[in-house]
Design a protein around this ligand. Sequence first.
Ligand SMILES: Cc1cc2nc3c(=O)[nH]c(=O)nc-3n(C[C@H](O)[C@H](O)[C@H](O)COP(=O)(O)O)c2cc1C
Length: 413
Amino acid sequence: MSESHYSLNGKRIILGVTGSIAAYKAVSLLRTLVQAGADVSVVMTQSATRFIAPLTFEVLSKHPVAIDLFSGKQEMMHITWPEHADLIVLAPCTANRMAKYALGLADDLLSTMLMTTQCPVVIAPAMDGEMWDQPALKNHVAVLRERGVTILEPEIGPLASGKWSQGRLPSEEAIVATIEEKLRETQDWVGHHFLISAGPTREPIDAVRFLSNGSSGKMGYELAEAAVARGARVTLVSGPTELAPPPGIEFLSVTTAEEMHQALASKFERATVLIMAAAVGDFRPRQVNPEKFKKQDWNGEPLELERTTDILAALSAQRTHQILVGFAAETSNLLENGQAKLKKKSLDMIVVNQIGGTHSAFGNETNEVILIPRGKTPQPIPRLPKRAVADRILTELHTFTVPASSHQPVSQI
Ligand SMILES: Cc1cc2nc3c(=O)[nH]c(=O)nc-3n(C[C@H](O)[C@H](O)[C@H](O)COP(=O)(O)O)c2cc1C
């Protein structure tokens, strides 16, 4: 990956393809974005499917292509996709599409997504010169620009009609540069090194059994992805999970609490932020049987346990400049227990979430938390996708920002 595409690494982009003769150029754009490390999902209008087959985009993006608002394959796609996106780019964008967007119509999947999104939108128009010059279109372009939508100028040159005028899809270089520029505006953690733990730990009882918990690791992985997307270098230390390591990060796989402690301690000195999102086991069997323990050999002796190291407390005692964030998984008295832990371990912030019951943080795609920053009023965060919770946490952490380190960009680890 070239350094100039660094800001695309790990970014989640929705590429909207509309019914223009230039739709084939979106294939090359998709490839460039994917090669630069972006996670691109394609949405096509019905008209766009008349120009190019969705399969092409599906294969190159490695994601299903979304077309129909009512397909029912994925519920509420018009809300969930934009919620997870860092940016939406419409390339090529038809005159019709810009009119719909300016008027606030929501009569198909792409237009409805544009009505729900909060992320930056970049539009690369392509159309006949007469269409681009239409006063009606000029009004729509002006309205959208006023609302903060970035609309590139189409290029002047030969068009599909054979005429020479302004209407050609802007060059791929111009589109990519604009996407990068918009994304760089949200690169607020460049120069920082996040050390993040995730997932459960496993404490062996014998050769096949272990003590563990139901943590999926999702929250820690989302934090890692969000931090990378916002420009940080990230080391993720993970216990056993079903999740694939996010792209663009340093990934250390561990099993026991002790291994997690060692891995985190080895990276702590150079980190600027430590987020302990892992559900580290508090106890481990005092003795581990190297063989499988036979059930007929058990005469009712209790399993003797001992405490594992309190990793966060141990690292907190060694801190020099790091921002420290802990998670507290509580079943009751969330606020009181969180505040006590924040103080006891000298943390900068604690994220309290509820476990157990139907709204448990464990294994769920969403999370409802209370952020308790040191010296500030606790902030309840409503139930949101874990990625959105991760972004709220990263934004809140700016209260404690330390001078940025001089680490290399992630792409050069
Ligand atoms: C062969 C052909 C090429 C077209 N090219 C364009 C184009 O480049 N730009 C444009 O705005 N409309 C173009 N159109 C018209 C759009 O396809 C039409 O306005 C359609 O309703 C757009 O739908 P959409 O915005 O939902 O994709 C073209 C139509 C045809 C038949």
